[in-house]
Design a binder for this molecule. Structure first.
Ligand SMILES: [Zn+2]
Ligand SMILES: [Zn+2]
Length: 348
């Protein structure tokens, strides 16, 4: 076993404290990563709120540098900058894995934290730590020229909006609306704009209008304004709903054009659907989350080509509890990233 330092909780406390953490010794196909930056995701807040016993170390979108490679690793060498997302292993042989959709693995992919390691049955601990040990197949080359702190959120928030945009064929001339301008939403906007879509933001208030314009959108619709919502009826081929709180999806289905799609990504609890909201206009309702290895690599290539990263507020990792509290209040534009250089305990 190797030891590192992390931010975790080992009871039902919602406050993270510094803990010593064991990482496994490298298997032949593992790499050790010195974690430099880790994004703070809504899932981390939900996991903390639901946590009751055992050690929880959150964090599942991070970047860093390879410090050691297993005996069979050929894709990476010591010193390579890498990125890791929210899944770190899968069965590798089911139809989903064969199709490059490891995120939908029939045996369920191994989650970066709170998951069960497929080999030793241990519970995985996440990237709020100075070191992570990961199967090399689930690490990605960090694109040169992009800020590693601002790349980190691409590995969860980014890929979660990238896969649906691509699978829905968003490109030049597609009319896209993004509901909710937060961690997921601001990346959905950047991707949609760079893909050539005519992009609109749907926001509860007009507060974020200037920001949305800066991100390249053509229009902003204020969802609290009934007149604006009525004027936008049936207007979009694709509506990407990234709102994290439970909400009525009826008004958003109303914005979808004939044969268009509402992709509901931000809130994964039960929703009520009036079938007539789909019937009128033959509309489709879908969801997505995380991404397979091929599309994650493709997203990073696209980001390198177009200079896309997340808008981040970087904090020393010692301020992790403040970051979580502010995220609970949606007080961030648009993603917190922890700088883990204030933790000791890496091989390098
Ligand atoms: Zn996440
Ligand atoms: Zn599988």
């Amino acid at each position: 076993m190797r030891m590192t330092t992390a931010w975790g909780t080992d009871g039902d406390s919602k406050v993270l404290r510094q803990v010593r953490l064991r990482r496994r010794n490298l298997r032949p196909d593992d790499i050790a990563v010195r974690v430099d930056y880790c994004g703070v995701c809504h899932t981390d807040v939900h996991s903390l709120d639901a946590h009751a016993e055992g050690l929880l170390v959150p964090g599942h979108e991070f970047t860093g540098v390879v410090t050691e490679v297993g005996s069979e690793v050929t894709r990476f060498t010591v010193g390579d900058p890498v990125a890791v997302g929210n899944i770190v292993d899968s069965c590798g042989v089911c139809a989903m894995c064969e199709a490059g959709q490891e995120n939908f693995c029939r045996e369920f992919p191994t989650l970066t934290y709170g998951g069960t390691d497929r080999h030793d049955g241990s519970t995985t601990s996440g990237g709020y730590a100075r070191e992570y040990v990961v199967r090399d197949q689930f690490a990605y080359r960090l694109p040169a020229g992009l800020d590693p702190a601002a790349v980190a959120p691409l590995l969860c928030a980014g890929i979660t909006v990238w896969e649906p945009l691509r699978s829905l064929g968003v490109g030049k001339g597609t009319r896209v609306a993004v509901a909710g301008l937060g961690g997921l939403g601001h990346l959905a906007v950047k991707f949609a704009v760079a893909l050539g879509a005519e992009t609109t933001v749907i926001s509860r208030t007009a507060d974020k209008t200037a920001d949305a314009r800066r991100l390249g959108v053509e229009d902003v619709v204020v969802s609290a304004d009934a007149e604006q919502m009525a004027a936008a009826r049936d207007r979009f081929d694709v509506v990407i709903d990234t709102i994290s709180a439970p909400h009525d999806i009826g008004p958003y289905l109303g914005l979808v054009a004939v044969d268009g799609t509402l992709s509901h990504l931000g809130h994964l609890g039960p929703v009520t659907v009036r079938m007539t909201d789909l019937l009128v206009g033959r509309k489709k309702l879908t969801s997505a989350g995380s991404g397979g290895r091929p599309s994650t690599a493709a997203m990073l290539d696209f980001c390198a080509e177009h200079g896309i990263t997340a808008d981040v507020e970087v904090l020393p990792s010692a301020q992790v509890n403040e970051a979580l509290d502010r995220l609970r209040r949606n007080d961030v534009r648009y993603r917190f990233v922890l700088d883990l250089s204030d933790l000791s305990g890496s091989a390098a």
